[in-house]
Ligand binder design. Structure first.
Ligand code: PMP
Length: 365
């Protein structure tokens, strides 16, 4: 039936917000493969005994009730382990949600985010989504941070927040904690240190928290603690900073089942140590293996992945995938021409990767 005023019914939608025009949706390029080494996950799932404890804990969760919005039990556990108070911790639906909340709370139209590319591309995407201007200070040729350029830019003023990734994804190196301290002293911008992979580097800037109100640290359960499926990340920071994050968050973003799982895992976190150490040991072996493959330049890593350069990397990615090995292709990303990133997996997965790459590299000589 036509409306009374005689117009044709509409079948169209007006454009979405202007900042979305020309933007591509984020695509983690997660494809099925025998050997999954593209997403920096922990290759070991949570062990059977812990899974049973998780099941018992989940059985006690009232499914008809909303979850504790702030996950206070978990906050207390994380606070205690880090020598902090409950109000200095915030849980999020993966580190990803907390990164988005950073842009919501410290970005926005008329505000500036200082980015250190190449790094995790989600930061700049969140800035654009929130109408925040992105100021890039590219890394040097070896992917170390151009420290003096960053310090000079923050000294000019006008930067509202920056994110220092340590270890950096995808390039693998740590940020120098002396540099981070100089940065914290040089600016009142919010400085987030993204320590998503810190358990593999065993380096943290947490000791700086008491001294610098503008420092906030991001961590996740997705990597060292084998919970990528569960979606849980957390912040450590000053209580006043955390309060601003609470203003922008979705009240129930961390569901009660995830909270129950994370409580069991965090309580038992010491049990994850051997698997973390195995990844650290394998990392050295994979780096050594890569260095023996002709035409490959590998970058040392403090994390659970290794970036490497090889001519025609896009084609190499395809050839690896044809052999059942999925790695991450960065060859079309800015500053990362001919770069691929491989997650450090279990010994047999790493062997499958190294054998496939060797075959592909030798065929291309
Ligand atoms: N920071 C960095 C540097 C990452 O690589 C990732 C995962 N890709 C995250 C944060 C977010 O991880 P998650 O949302 O799984 O906690």
């Amino acid at each position: 039936m036509f409306p009374r005023w005689g117009l044709m019914p509409m079948n169209s939608v007006r454009p979405s917000a202007p900042q979305l025009q020309g933007m591509e949706p984020y695509d983690p390029k997660y494809l099925p493969a025998d050997t999954l080494l593209s997403a920096n996950e922990n290759p070991s799932d949570v062990e059977e005994e812990l899974r049973r404890e998780i099941q018992r804990e989940i059985r006690r969760v009232p499914l008809n009730r909303y979850p504790d919005p702030l996950a206070n039990e978990l906050r207390d556990m994380i606070a205690e382990a880090n020598g902090l108070e409950r109000d200095q911790i915030l849980l999020g639906n993966g580190g990803d949600e907390l990164l988005f909340n950073t842009a919501l709370a410290w970005g926005g139209p008329g505000r500036k985010f200082l980015n250190l590319p190449p790094t995790f591309s989600v930061y700049a995407a969140n800035a654009r989504l929130t109408g925040t201007e992105v100021v890039d200070i590219p890394r040097r040729a070896d992917y170390s941070i151009d420290e003096e350029a960053v310090l000079a830019r923050v000294a000019q003023g006008g930067i509202d927040f920056l994110i220092v990734t340590s270890p950096n994804n995808p390039t693998g190196e740590l940020a120098d904690s002396v540099f981070i301290e100089r940065l914290l002293e040089a600016t009142d911008a919010l400085v987030m240190v993204d320590e998503a992979y810190f358990e593999f580097s065993r380096h943290t800037v947490r000791p700086l928290l008491g001294k610098h109100k503008n420092l906030v640290i991001l961590r996740t359960f997705s990597k060292a603690f084998s919970l990528a499926a569960v979606r849980l990340g957390y912040l450590l920071g000053d209580a006043d900073v955390i309060r601003e994050f609470i203003k922008v968050r979705q009240p129930y973003s961390v569901d009660a089942v995830s909270q129950a799982i994370a409580r069991v895992v965090f309580r038992n976190r010491a049990k994850f140590e051997p698997a973390i150490q195995a990844i650290v040991d394998e990392r050295a072996r994979v780096l050594d293996g890569l260095s023996r493959i002709p035409g490959v330049t590998a970058y040392p890593s403090e994390s659970n992945y290794i970036m490497f350069r090889i001519k025609d990397a896009g084609e190499v990615w395809n050839s690896l995938y044809e052999r059942g090995v999925l790695v991450r292709d960065f060859s079309r990303a800015p500053y990362l021409e001919d770069c691929l990133r491989v997650t450090v997996g279990k010994r047999e997965e790493n062997d499958a990767f190294l054998a496939a790459l060797k075959e592909v590299a030798i065929a291309r000589l």
